[in-house]
Design a protein around this ligand. Structure first.
Ligand SMILES: *Cc1c(COP(=O)(O)O)cnc(C)c1O
Length: 320
């Protein structure tokens, strides 16, 4: 099975045991997979997707990457990084209001030379389309990457990631991680089947109700299986999602995230982000507290990155 990709990320990312956190939570053995260390442009999970997306873009003769996300989008920052390194232009359609003072991911977008088009959350996908059409009219060779890089091409990066985990001979009972646009989980789900992974893959939903995210992930995994011409079929029941930790909504920082960020910083010198990994680690801690995740099991927390958001002006007052 050949998955076309350009080797961009620093792989394999390390798997580390967290003795202090394991001991203090007094539950399962806790490992962490460091996809915050995928390397370029401050790293994160989107770099794995972009390895596959860049191969597609290059095969199509693209000279500009266009994608979309929130003001503090990690995906947009990683797309800007890949574009910068591989000599492509980059246009980002950001949903939100232009801040007076650039910070966090958005500051990095600007430093890496991305052009920014502003839109609202409701008009996001329409603006993405019109930005793409306009680039063609300007004589550019644009390549459109959907929200989160989550299409059947991008999500292949996480099939590769599951092959990598198998090669590292890490066999946890659970993988726990933040799940949002679904590409990471879809790639893991298909990768698990193809590598014979025996553990459970639990996505902590960041934004959607579980049923919506499960069907989104299953659809994407089915499209990927078709692309790879492998005989694997997914339905919602095959996709594990917990939506108990949505809090006040996407990007809304609360006590759950704050406690998790401080705990991991103080007990493991690891930094989590306010939107994704902070929420998922807060969920992990609560699920251990409730004995849903138990002593005697091994849990791999998959760190998906997002660190620059810690330095976003909007989160700074809330972090302390
Ligand atoms: C995008 C992102 C996720 C979610 O990944 P999806 O593939 O969109 O589900 C998780 N964590 C971080 C830090 C992200 O940037």
């Amino acid at each position: 099975m050949i998955i076309p990709r350009i080797k961009i990320a620093h792989l394999p990312t390390p798997v580390e045991w967290l003795p202090n956190i394991t001991g203090l939570l007094n539950g399962p053995n806790i490992l962490i997979k460091r996809d915050d260390l995928t390397g370029i442009g401050f790293g994160g999970n989107k770099i794995r997707k972009l390895e596959c997306l860049l191969a597609d873009a290059q095969a199509n003769g693209a000279q500009m990457l266009i994608t979309t996300g929130a003001l503090q989008s990690n995906h947009c920052r990683q797309t800007a990084a890949v574009a910068a390194k591989y000599g492509l232009k980059c246009r980002l359609v950001l949903a939100g209001e232009e801040p007076q003072q650039p910070s966090g991911n958005y500051l990095l977008d600007l430093l890496m030379g991305a052009e920014v088009i502003w839109t609202s959350r409701a008009k996001r996908d329409a603006t993405l389309k019109s930005t793409f059409d306009q680039a063609w009219e300007e004589g550019e060779r644009p390549f459109m990457i959907p929200y989160g890089g989550s299409n059947p091409v991008g999500a292949m990066g996480y099939v590769v990631a599951m092959q990598e985990l198998a090669a590292q001979q890490v066999n946890p009972d659970w993988i726990v991680f933040p799940s949002s646009s679904g590409g990471t989980q879809a790639g893991m789900a298909l990768g698990a089947r193809l590598t014979g992974f025996k553990g459970k893959i639990l996505g902590i939903s960041i934004e959607d109700k579980a049923a919506d995210l499960q069907s989104k992930v299953a659809d994407l995994a089915n499209q990927m299986a078709e692309r790879l011409m492998v005989n694997e079929v997914f339905s919602s029941e095959n996709i594990l999602v917990n939506d108990d930790y949505l809090g006040a909504g996407y990007g809304m920082f609360g006590e759950l995230e704050k406690n998790a960020i401080k705990f991991f910083a103080q007990k493991a010198a690891l930094f989590l982000d306010p939107v994704y990994t902070g929420r998922a680690a807060g969920a992990l801690m609560d699920l251990i507290n409730k004995k849903f995740l138990k002593r005697g099991e091994t849990v791999l927390f998959w760190h998906t990155g997002g660190l620059p958001a810690i330095f976003a002006e909007s989160y700074q007052p809330e972090l302390m």
